[in-house]
Design a binder for this molecule. Structure first.
Ligand SMILES: Cc1cc2nc3c(=O)[nH]c(=O)nc-3n(C[C@H](O)[C@H](O)[C@H](O)COP(=O)(O)OP(=O)(O)OC[C@H]3O[C@@H](n4cnc5c(N)ncnc54)[C@H](O)[C@@H]3O)c2cc1C
Length: 413
């Protein structure tokens, strides 16, 4: 986007990583009047996205309004659950969703940051940081040359393999049992309903996880799965499970691309701020631990991070103590809700194949218009009453899970 010649030595805010979280943080901080540098190590924004690309329409509309067609691969109105014995139940989807073209979407968010005044540099990898009062000196490799930029505040939005938090002394380690190990293909030559996402459960398909089919237009789809490593034999990988399942489900399909990736099935890190630093998105573990979805929560985390940091830069106090309000705001925005989601995830990932089978059977017997998420949950609770207690905390907050909290009031200009 910008060239190296446009680089200054000093910025109010440096954002590391131009995914959804980083671009929203840079966008917000620039709108608040800060000078902002957004660094992306890849030569092209969105070049190496690892994602099934599903997101609620509400999240997209809140940030950028109704998206232009080139950002959307499919519009989703239903979700189909397939149980281990192959029975299916298609639920009315209460909230409309999109399957995005993430590469285009990530670029569109970075372009919003540029329009607000941020400088975006691609091919620019942050190498290390040195504390300077409450600010930082950030060493950056730009096209093979080393530069140093000074920032009053840094946003670490460098994704799941984040190093920025560690550079600032935060504990960012994820225990293996809190990571879902995922593999995904973009398949062509598959016949799928372009308005339906499908989630497939079963210990033989994806132990302690699930498989997904997200339509991508015409005869293509993102087909992947996530497993808990400890739930599977050591020698069998997520890719092995997926290859086996695809052979059965989509014989003859071709791969247009594939990747492996990890999703933290955990709550937000205990501390996501330090002197002159806030973490956002996957770097802060702001992913929804129930679904593994992190685009919308990362955008909201980034938006909040950019706003809080810009406010403290303006007030002249970016100390750890002053920035602790970011941790508190995130916790009341989505952090506490994710703690409930985490508890539900433990229940769902421990549900047996026969419990899934009987739930799917019951749902399939309902008339289609009555097959809602509410019906699914009430039946699950009936067939396994102990679920009720575990789900109670979750449902107290259910209605607020995508109630618009943390979104801009109207798409920012
Ligand atoms: C298999 C799989 C499927 C998924 N499916 C979905 C889904 O359907 N819906 C959903 O909502 N979420 C999904 N997710 C999660 C989602 O992809 C992430 O939560 C989301 O991308 C997080 O955004 P982010 O901005 O925090 O990080 P990222 O999108 O990872 O962006 C981080 C950026 O930082 C850059 N970077 C890293 N280090 C540096 C550095 N040192 N200097 C400069 N730049 C750096 C990276 O190149 C990258 O561009 C999925 C994840 C996986 C693994």
């Amino acid at each position: 986007m910008a060239r190296e010649s446009e680089l200054s030595d000093f910025y109010d805010v440096v954002v590391i990583g131009a995914g959804p979280a980083g671009s929203c943080a840079a966008w917000r901080a620039a709108l608040e009047g800060c000078s902002v540098l957004l660094l992306e190590k890849d030569l092209e924004i969105g070049a190496q996205v690892r994602c099934a690309e599903g997101i609620s329409a509400r999240a997209v509309h809140a940030f950028i309004g109704v998206p232009p067609p080139e950002l959307v691969s499919a519009k989703i109105s239903r979700v189909r659950f397939t149980s281990p014995d192959g029975a299916t139940a298609t639920l009315m989807h209460e909230i409309d969703s999109y399957v995005l073209d993430r590469k285009a979407f990530d670029k569109a968010l970075a372009a919003r940051a540029v329009s607000a005044g941020a400088v975006v540099l691609t091919g620019s990898r942050a190498l290390s940081m040195k504390q300077h009062g409450c600010g930082w000196e950030v060493a950056v490799d730009i096209d093979g040359a080393r530069h140093t930029v000074h920032a009053k505040g840094v946003v670490g939005a460098d994704g799941i393999e984040s190093r920025v938090g560690r550079w600032a002394g935060l504990k960012t380690h994820t225990p293996l049992e809190e990571m879902e190990s995922c593999y995904q293909y973009r398949l062509s030559g598959v016949e799928v309903d372009q308005h339906v996402v499908e989630l497939v459960f079963g210990s033989g398909i994806a132990p302690s996880g699930y498989a997904w089919i997200f339509p991508k237009g015409e005869d293509t789809a993102n087909v992947g799965l996530g497993i808990k490593r400890q739930a599977a034999p050591v020698q069998i990988t997520a890719k092995d499970y997926l290859d086996r399942w695809i052979e059965e489900r989509f014989p003859g399909a071709g791969s247009l691309g594939e990747f492996a990736g990890g999703v933290p099935i955990s709550v937000t890190l205990p501390l996501i701020s330090a002197d002159g630093l806030v973490l956002a998105g996957d770097a802060a573990h702001q992913v929804n631990p129930l679904s593994g979805a992190g685009i919308s929560s990362g955008m909201r985390g980034g938006w909040l991070a950019g706003g809080v940091l810009a406010g403290q830069v303006t007030r002249g106090d970016t100390s750890a103590k002053a920035l602790r309000c970011y941790d508190e705001s995130w916790r009341s925005l989505l952090g506490r809700l994710h703690e409930n989601h985490y508890r539900v995830a433990q229940v769902i990932f421990n549900t047996t194949d026969s419990q899934f089978n009987s739930l799917a059977g019951e749902l399939a017997s309902l008339p289609e218009e009555k097959r809602t998420l509410y019906a699914a949950v009430s039946r699950a609770v009936r067939s396994r009453p102990s679920l009720l207690l575990q789900l109670a905390g979750y449902f107290r907050n259910w209605w607020s899970s995508d109630s618009g909290r943390g979104y801009p009031e109207s798409p920012p200009q």
